[in-house]
Design a protein around this ligand. Structure first.
Ligand code: IPD
Ligand code: CA
Length: 274
């Protein structure tokens, strides 16, 4: 039976709103931390509970659907993208922000069918910001249609990027090298502390490009569709097609701007990939 995508979107939108209430209610309080691999790659009980709520809510209606979730994957489950309907979920993107009560964290969720993204939602429940897209139906911010800026000039562009959640020496030096190159050329560089919200800013037209090495599929899957539906481009940072599992991402308001950024930045190939 073919999946009714309208029904599916409404069901998941409801779950995202419900899960978002957990994040919003706890944003300004003390967080219950869970041990994770490093001092700056944080995990809270809320991350786990939100992921569980979303997965259980989806499974109850769609028992055959598969998942790639940040917390399950960090706990050792291999991320596997097949042709089956698959939800790629970041329960709290911007966990460091959440831990510090810095109000830029969000749920990022996307549905892929045969590896094509059909539904995307990025929801910051603390500031009530919701970015959505359906393939072929445009992108929206709090239900209003959005478009990328259309900027082509790198010297007029506002960039978003992050330092990331690894302080691996080789990676950190590429990150700093790229920031050093760009800051001399662009209008400005911003970091929201959430890869998904950084990407959403490009869809909104508030920023003109975003790039990051070391992100994961769950940071970018929803943002990719939202930017493309808002008229922008999403690519591999060396210029080829985007591979959601490659841990490499660039998006821009125009191909022309993306090409200029790509020509400038130093490449980095994170290992292992997703
Ligand atoms: C991280 C944040 C951060 C970005 C990292 C992400 P998390 O996600 O989006 O801003 O630099 O690449 O992994 O750990 O907060 O879900
Ligand atoms: Ca994330």
């Amino acid at each position: 039976m073919t999946l009714n995508l309208d029904e599916c979107y409404n069901h998941v939108y409801g779950l995202v709103e419900e899960a978002g209430k957990l994040i919003a209610a706890r944003n300004y309080g003390k967080k219950s931390m869970v041990e994770k691999s490093s001092d700056i790659d944080l995990l809270t009980e809320t991350d786990q509970q939100v992921e569980r709520l979303l997965m259980d809510g989806i499974t109850s209606k769609y028992p055959d659907h598969k998942f790639i979730g940040e917390e399950e994957t960090s706990a050792g489950k291999k991320a596997e993208l097949t042709n089956a309907p698959t939800w790629i979920i970041d329960p709290v993107d911007g966990t460091m922000n959440f831990v510090h009560s810095f109000p830029h964290s969000c749920i990022s969720i996307a549905l892929l069918i045969e590896k094509i993204t059909e539904i995307a939602i990025i929801h910051n429940p603390v500031l009530n910001q919701t970015f959505t897209a359906r393939r072929g139906k445009g992108a929206f911010y709090n239900d209003k249609p959005i478009r990328v800026s259309g900027e082509t000039r790198i010297e007029r562009a506002l960039a978003t990027t992050e330092f990331g959640t690894s302080r691996d020496e080789e990676k950190t030096s590429v990150v700093l090298e790229n920031i050093g190159k760009l800051v001399r050329v662009v209008h400005g560089i911003r970091s929201t502390g959430s890869a998904a919200l950084n990407i959403a800013m490009v869809a909104l037209g508030g920023a003109d490009f975003n790039y990051e090495f070391g992100i994961h599929a769950w940071d970018i899957a929803a943002g990719d569709l939202i930017v493309r539906e808002a008229g922008g481009v999403c690519l591999d940072p060396a210029g080829g097609p985007l591979d959601l599992m490659s841990r490499r991402f660039i998006c821009a308001s125009t191909q022309e701007l993306a090409d200029k950024v790509i020509a400038l930045i130093t490449q980095y190939y994170p290992q292992p990939t997703d």
